[in-house]
Design a protein around this ligand. Structure first.
Ligand SMILES: Cc1cc2nc3c(=O)[nH]c(=O)nc-3n(C[C@H](O)[C@H](O)[C@H](O)COP(=O)(O)OP(=O)(O)OC[C@H]3O[C@@H](n4cnc5c(N)ncnc54)[C@H](O)[C@@H]3O)c2cc1C
Length: 459
């Protein structure tokens, strides 16, 4: 449905990334009139500089690695080099096809797509240039930007993920500042492409938001892949001269590299957009909402990375859909943050959902855990990967956390999230048959073992 002549809409959405466009599409499906304001490209961070291009790079890395060690499988291969222009044309092709598809969806839904930078002007108006778009409801979805550290200026050989995505050669030596999701994914890509990589992380372990056992296994795997990392070490500065960037650490150590990738987290895009003047509460840049994503200002909602919590595209999609349904009066169920699946696409992949063991021990009196080693899983042996599936359950109760690591294990998170979100007991899952030989079987085997009837489980 399109707007009336006065320019009034049921919903005006500021920001056309994962959260904003999902809200626009669902609102239109529900018969609401929608204006979607975007200053850059429809699809936002995820499509253009986030999930999709990084996963294309990771797939190119996945092609490079077996080319190096085909002999391990009895296949004679030789690895020549990585041609970054070829990698970019493959990656950009994927992004461009998805971008066109998304533009088609927005057009077909008869959403008024407004190009330009918008600001909130009062509780129900977004101003874009000389246009005033008024809505019964306004949804803030302006997303996030790559953060840096005080005194660390981005430029030249010091890059964030955005510049690193377009680099035209494989650097010989890379320092990655930050051992979170984005940091370890890029570390993995650069190593597979042939760079010498060192990850520097101030926290005591890599991927510190994950279960501790996952961090330990990732560190083991990175050691095996000869990806160097320094944890519990603070960065103190970086200088560039000629072809070299020199990174200094609190320990007094310095590391020379061709490139410093700064992956220290993402900040919310909320400054100077009129949010606070309209009465929206902003705390350290993030928009404060209740569990129904209401900002406290009547008719103004917020979704995606500007709302504190997991900065993930599928969380943005779910929140966008939630708000559309809320506006349409469907009273959707509140989104449980801990039920959102999380995947880190480095090699080996990490996939998890629900509580870590430490979080479960804080919440419940008694907790049981089980780690199923992929050594007993036929398909993982065929792929030559190592890792495990770790289950966390409330004693005698449902599975409250699933934590997996190993090549391709991201694909297993679909069943894992059903188990956690449907509060399945291990006995419920062990009664279901998992196909052999798949990696999915390892999830079934872990539940068999936790139900007291292990099959291919080595103590
Ligand atoms: C390198 C990297 C890899 C990632 N990988 C994954 C992954 O594998 N899986 C995953 O789930 N998530 C991943 N993410 C996170 C994911 O991209 C974000 O969680 C998601 O994009 C957030 O969606 P959003 O709608 O909140 O914001 P964004 O996608 O950032 O969209 C916000 C949009 O608002 C627009 N905008 C901002 N201000 C204005 C304004 N004033 N007027 C008009 N428009 C405006 C911006 O141009 C932008 O298009 C990754 C992120 C990065 C950086």
């Amino acid at each position: 449905m399109s707007a009336d002549a006065a320019g009034d809409y049921d919903v005006v959405i500021l920001g056309g990334g994962s959260g904003g466009y999902a809200c626009a599409l669902r609102s239109a499906e529900l018969g609401l009139s929608v204006a979607l304001v975007e200053k850059g490209k429809l699809g936002g961070t995820c499509l253009h500089v986030g999930c999709i291009p990084t996963k294309a790079l990771l797939h190119a890395a996945e092609v490079a690695d077996p080319a190096r060690d085909g002999a391990h499988f009895g296949v004679k291969t030789t690895f020549e080099s990585v041609d970054m222009s070829g990698v970019h044309s493959y990656k950009d092709g994927v992004v461009s096809r998805l971008h066109k598809g998304l533009q088609g969806l927005v057009k077909a839904a008869k959403i008024d797509y407004v190009e330009g930078a918008g600001v909130l002007d009062g509780p129900n108006t977004v101003v874009v240039g000389d246009r005033r778009l008024t809505g019964r409801n306004v949804v803030l979805a302006t997303g996030s930007y790559p953060r840096t550290l005080p005194g660390l200026e981005i430029g030249g050989r010091i890059m964030t993920s955005e510049q690193a995505l377009t680099i035209d050669h494989v650097p010989a030596r890379v320092v990655v500042l930050g051992g979170g999701v984005i940091g370890v994914e890029f570390a993995s890509v650069f190593k597979s492409f042939g760079a010498e990589v060192t990850v520097v992380e101030a926290l005591p372990r890599l991927v510190a938001a994950e279960d501790e056992a996952i961090s330990k296994q990732l560190e083991r795997s990175f050691r095996k892949r000869k990806i160097a990392f320094k944890t519990g070490v603070r960065f103190t500065g970086a200088t560039q001269s000629g072809d070299v960037v020199t990174v200094s650490l609190e320990s007094g150590e310095t590391i020379e590299a061709d490139l410093l990738l700064v992956a220290v987290g993402r900040g919310p895009v909320t400054e100077g957009l009129g949010f606070e003047a309209a009465g929206v509460t902003v705390d350290r840049g993030f928009v404060t909402t209740d569990e129904r994503l209401r900002t406290g200002v009547q008719g103004v909602y917020a979704v995606g990375d500007i709302v504190p919590g997991l900065q993930l595209a599928h969380r943005g999609f779910a929140q966008g859909i939630f708000v559309a349904e809320e506006i349409a009066g469907l009273a959707p169920a509140v989104i449980e943050e801990s039920g959102i699946p999380r995947v880190t696409y480095c090699d080996p992949e990490i996939a998890s959902v629900g509580l870590t063991e430490a979080q479960a021990r804080d919440r419940y009196d008694e907790v049981e855990t089980y780690e199923y080693n992929l050594g007993g899983n036929g398909k993982s042996q065929i792929l030559g990967t190592q890792g495990f599936v770790k289950l966390v359950r409330e004693k005698g109760g449902p599975v409250v956390g699933v934590h997996m690591i190993g090549a391709r294990m991201g694909e297993q998170v679909g069943e894992a999230q059903l188990i956690v979100n449907w509060e399945a007991h291990p006995e419920d899952v062990s009664g279901l048959i998992h196909a052999h030989p798949t990696q999915n079987e390892s999830l079934g085997e872990a539940h068999l073992a936790l139900s007291g009837k292990p099959l291919h489980a080595h103590a």
